[in-house]
Design a protein around this ligand. Structure first.
Ligand code: AMP
Length: 293
């Protein structure tokens, strides 16, 4: 059955007030729509853990640093409602821009540190937009749990920092990246690739997994990363914005004995692709061996 599409906060409140009065746990899955199996994995996890599940669908203008990217972002509300039908979602919240940002809106939520490098450096203002809209959506839905994909690893860390720092009464549940059979992480942006580009794109996770294996076997990060960047360029990714080894939580320099993460952003056919995977650094890694990563 199709979930009711709710567009106003008043209508959402009417539903969630009743759910809360009945002592039901509410989970929220924030999305920008153009739903695929990656999003659905979050929905399934939320359904398994919560009494009521709200999927939000809002293409948030404030997190796009590039107006053209915002204009071209796929908007497929009817298809999204249909794809969700078998999952027993309790509400599809599709607010208007004015509902989310009331006239005169003047507040920005900004998470320092973890928002700075990588996506933050290449997409100025992006994480301010994310942190602001996520805070608003948490307050609008008053959910107890929120589900986020590891596909957007840095976003997940920004949201965790935000929730901890502001003591927001919500638990963040991370969900593993869902990949196509050839390894490419599912993304709404993949549909903008040609058939040829789509086939080429699988090289991105290929290079990432290969590099992680080399680092886990003790390769020195700086030259291994440089080689992998060059390989991506040879494979037609242009530009390769970043390919970095970072601390998994802070996104700062990797540290011995702590979970590390490889993160990449690279363009193919005018489409910006991002991905990330964990790396277990060898016991022998030291600050100086990792220093130049
Ligand atoms: P988006 O609609 O791109 O803003 O994504 C909404 C949520 O779905 C975010 O928490 C994403 O991290 C998550 N997500 C997107 N793609 C995937 C994927 N391939 N696997 C797991 N989660 C994903």
């Amino acid at each position: 059955m199709n979930a009711p599409i709710i567009r106003s906060l008043d209508a959402l409140d009417a539903l969630t007030d009743a759910w809360r009065a009945a002592g039901q746990r509410i989970g929220v899955v924030p999305t920008m729509g153009a739903l695929h199996e990656g999003h659905l994995s979050l929905v399934q996890r939320a359904k398994a853990e919560c009494d009521r599940v709200i999927v939000t669908l809002f293409v948030n203008p404030r997190q796009f640093n590039n107006p053209e990217d915002f204009a071209r972002y796929p908007r497929t509300e009817q298809a999204d409602a249909a794809i969700l039908a078998p999952y027993g979602v309790d509400a599809l919240f599709v607010p208007t821009g004015d509902e989310v940002y009331p006239p005169g809106h003047a507040t920005t939520v900004s998470v320092a540190g973890v928002s700075g490098p990588l996506e933050g450096a290449h997409r100025p203002g992006h994480f301010d937009g994310v942190a602001t809209v996520v805070t608003i959506l948490f307050n609008m839905t008053r959910a107890e749990r929120a589900y986020f994909g590891e596909k957007d690893w840095q976003q997940l860390q920004v949201v965790r920092r935000l929730v901890a720092d502001l003591h927001l009464p919500i638990r963040i549940v991370p969900c593993p990246s869902v990949r196509a059979g050839d390894g490419l992480a599912l993304s709404s942006r993949n549909q903008r690739l040609s058939a040829k580009g789509r086939a080429q794109a699988a090289a991105l996770p290929g290079v990432l997994f290969d590099l992680a294996g080399r680092l886990e076997r003790g390769a020195t990060p700086a030259p291994a990363l440089a080689e992998a960047r060059a390989r991506l360029a040879d494979l037609g990714f242009a530009p390769v914005e970043y390919l970095e080894l970072r601390d998994g939580d802070t996104l700062g320099d990797p540290l011995p004995g702590r979970p590390a993460r490889l993160l990449v952003a690279a363009w193919l056919e005018g489409v910006r692709l991002i991905d990330n995977i964990p790396v277990t650094l060898p016991q022998t890694a030291t600050r100086s061996s990792l220093g130049a990563a």
